[in-house]
Design a protein around this ligand. Sequence first.
Ligand code: UDP
Length: 564
Amino acid sequence: VQAVFRSNLSHLLDLMGSGKESLIFMKKRTKRLTAQWVLAAQRLAQKLGATWRDQKQILVHIGFLTEESGDVFSPRVLKGGPLGEMVQWADILAALYVLGHGLRVTVSLKELQSNLGVPPGRGSCPLTIPLPFDLIYTDYHGLQQMKQHMGLSFKKYRCRIRVIDTFGTEPAYNHEEYATLHGYRTNWGYWNLSPKQFMTMFPHTPDNSFMGFVSEELNETEKQLIKGGKASNMAVVYGKEASIWKFQGKEKFLGILNKYMEIHGTVYYESQRPPEVPAFVKNHGLLPQPEFQQLLRKAKLFIGFGFPYEGPAPLEAIANGCIFLQSRFSPPHSSLNHEFFRGKPTSREVFSQHPYAENFIGKPHVWTVDYNNSEEFEAAIKAIMTTQVDPYLPYEYTCEGMLERIHAYIQHQDFCTAPGPAPPGAHAPQSPFVLAPNATHLEWAHNASLTPGAWPPVNSLRAWLAVPGRACTDTCLDHGLICEPSFFPFLNSQDAFLKLQVPCDSTESEMNHLYPAFAQPGQECYLQKEPLLFSCAGSNTKYRRLCPCRDFRKGQVALCQGCL
Ligand code: UDP
């Protein structure tokens, strides 16, 4: 069946159920954004023209909202607790619905069981039940519940699952045996899924799929109005919980900020001002989302104090014409040195409070400075007050961008059929690549045949040999490209090293998330033995990694030029 774009979202609101504060928050958001979704669908429909879109039957099981996993978030919706996850789930539901797919939503174990056809009261069903869904979107909590209650069908249908995973899961943590042997074991990882089945909130690592969310868009008139109405001395502080106001050197740089600007906060409080928030701060308390947006429209500066990490609010601030000022982390924060990231299945190093804002948006919208250096901090405040910026929202965070991306994933990502042409290993057939004329990297050979249906299409591949100690994520970015892990199998051969003129004395095939790679001392070339371990992330000074990169669409890093 062909999927048809939907323009009336009222049935979706019914599907979302009711009762919980979290669901109320999500439904309000969906209602408010309806007009934007509908407009975006019209634009995408025009862009795609006559492209056939399969209608899928989709189950969305939001595990963290189930009582069975404790539902710690719902009671905190009105108390300054994290809202980013709810923003994202609301937008995922809206996108799937607007794209025209068949949708079921579950937020309890009972509903999950009944939708999966597991007889009620049975802990788990040992039989393989035919699954009535083509796709299941869930989270780590939901994944655990499905494993417990689907019996054998979990194994059979795991390739249909997509895991919404805010901070991402790196391949080394996902592969059970490897994680256990090499100290990558955490509370979350080792599901042996294809790493692309994990979908993140920001494009943290190309090893996972970037799902994202949306931020409200302004039309030209609104943009002009906002630009005219900015108070150049008004700052809003990022964070809803009082605890973010406790940090080192607070007096000093709040003092500096207060010298130039009027400081506003949206910190949740019960009956009186939270003691952490100084008296000179105008605290509005936790605001409903639309009122928070209104506050951002007036403000010049949105300022982060180091926590929370990587949430939606800075994008909303920038979309509403604020400049976002944040601290640089030196040394970077990661699961190795910071409580918040400890136990998360990633070694990613976070160099500022919001790396996406720093790396994908940057100046003049985003200023990342060293807060320990008062002169640098003060100079930034002064400069920001006189810097004019336009409201800005990256395309991938617009409704159209999110629809386009999810459309592409749904139509093209397939983790159920066995992967690609070249089986990994030393005896793989000749790779379809040639050395580029300037001898720096490999390119697609024009006379090589394209595997029909392979996605992303392989002719977008550019393969580079990294310098020692550099990860593939960074190596590709160095060349204005993005790492594409699904291309690793094409490079995992002696032939690829040969074509790159790498002088391998010997070649071995082993399990290591840094392979394929070349080890300089010893001139040894290593190939990857375990396809699940192909990883853009990871580096070691011992190795020069062989990196598959591809191009990407401007403002839509998840998709290559030929990906739609
Ligand atoms: N937000 C809100 N009221 C406020 C402050 C923020 O509704 O007073 C919303 C904001 O619009 C954003 C969401 O909270 O969409 C989550 O923002 P944040 O970046 O703080 O991420 P979190 O840490 O909550 O996941």
